[in-house]
Design a protein around this ligand. Sequence first.
Ligand code: PLP
Length: 602
Amino acid sequence: KSKYGIDIWGNDNFFVEDGLVKVNYKPYPSLISITKDIRKQGFKGPLLLRFPHITKKQIKTLFNAFNASIKEYDYKGTFNAVFPLKVNQLPNFTHPLIAAGKKYNYGLEAGSKAELIIAMTYNNMGSPITVNGFKDKEMIHLCFIAKSMGHDITVIIEGLNELEMIIEVFNETKLEAPNVGIRVRLHSGGSGVWAKSGGIDSKFGLTSTEILEAYELMKENDLENLLTMIHFHIGSAMNTIKPLKKALRESGHIYAELKNLGAKNLNSINIGGGLSVEYSSYERTIFYSLNEFASDVVFTLKEIARQKGVEEPNIFTESGRFISAASTVLIAPVLELFSAEYELDHLKLKEVNPPLIQELYELFKDMTKKKAYEFMHDSIDHLESLLTLFDLGYIDLQDRSNAEILTHQIIKKATSLLEIEDYEELKRFDKNIQEKYLLNFSLFQSLPDYWGINQEFPIMPITHLDKKPTRRASLWDITCDSDGEIPFDMKKPLYLHDVNLNKEDYFLAFFNVGAYQDTLGMKHNLFSHPTEINIVFKDEEVILEKLLESQKIIDILDDIDYDTQEIQTILSRSLPLETYEIMKKYLNDNSYLKTIWSYYDE
Ligand code: PLP
């Protein structure tokens, strides 16, 4: 029985029991029971289940790891963290995050004006706000306004011009200035898939010459006391820790040099994000632990401070993926298996069949485990010959249908007889032998990183886990785009169950989708975000909170700037009243598929 790598990526958030995926939090509900509760309310499309308790656990884990290292090394600086809003800005995610972060003084990072407004509005007062990315004078003015509200805000400059704008806004508004941080352009490269965020030719940060110039410029304007932070970010999803150590040494020395130049209020190093999350279901791909990561940061910074005789800096992190990825699970209903038309009850053998078809029938009847590979390969050869015979006009459509059904059934029988456990075995299969599962979701909307950068996500069915999955699966979404597919991969094989969707439901869950996917997702074919819901636990009860329905069609059209009034006027004019009433219902529904099996009701 496959557990789909849950021991590798699951981090004890979920477990398998009685054939079901369950949430590892009392009263341990199964994902299927949660899914059914929501579907009962009429939401038949994909669902995003958000688990705020997992976000809370990640925040706690992060703080505990760093605070333990600080204690172990008797480190004098403090540990601080902010959540980078770019990783997930949606209110159902951020509100519980901010509430859970309060006792840790956990703050927010903003990379745009819109994100800054979220931070200004909702950040726990007194918790830090950091501001990254390219800024204009207006954005810098917003930072001043945030400061005037009482926020502990640090503007991290990406270039000298930003410092010049800070000085201008300061002189023009006479408002109290926010703290200033300097993002350093490291000569050491980054790590992971996003390695280009670090390194000498990275898009971001100041060179050593510019850092010195920036400090001079601040001094000239009597603003050197604004400088509090040195910042770097070496890239998201680091799979090894080595580049981090190099970056720490480099930025640690920059910190110490500036301290020794007289930067009195400089007191922090912000190490950006980058903590990884395991997405693989097959083997571990991350080669460090959080504790090791924390120890390395604390130890390296302590050493540099000792060597250069400066005070040990406070540590800031901006890890986002680590905090948010596991909190969200996408549930996609399986709508159809594309082999359904090859079921045995469609077989209509004739009194006398062409010899090859008769032979296929014998292969099917006589198959044993020992003969499974051989018969399967024979049947594929036979099918090919029969299809050629059809093209040449020697067999009819009924024969062709029989041949396809029999071959399909032979493969199905063989796969369930064989214990396909390892890759070598798998290679003996024809790569075309696979089942297509049509899922009610959009890959472009819900797994944009799969589409864009081939990011793997853990996938597993949420029921049937006490049965052996025998179907080599490729997954199709409902967009009219052939890129909306997760093909079967021999190296990372996904097996799913052979289910009869006329009789039972089958749902797939995609895990670790809480980082970056929500707002990177796009409305290809005008499928908008899935219906989402927060699953909260109170007194051992499961509470479904803040249900946010997938966008209505009329609102999606409004979003892309159609005149929806005009749409309604044109349609109502062109339709009889009672038809238009029905039409209105459709306009107020979402785009995902709803009724597929009219004769099967849950
Ligand atoms: N901080 C900065 C400046 C970033 O650019 C990013 C992501 O790109 C992060 C933090 C978050 O990184 P991660 O999600 O890998 O922790």
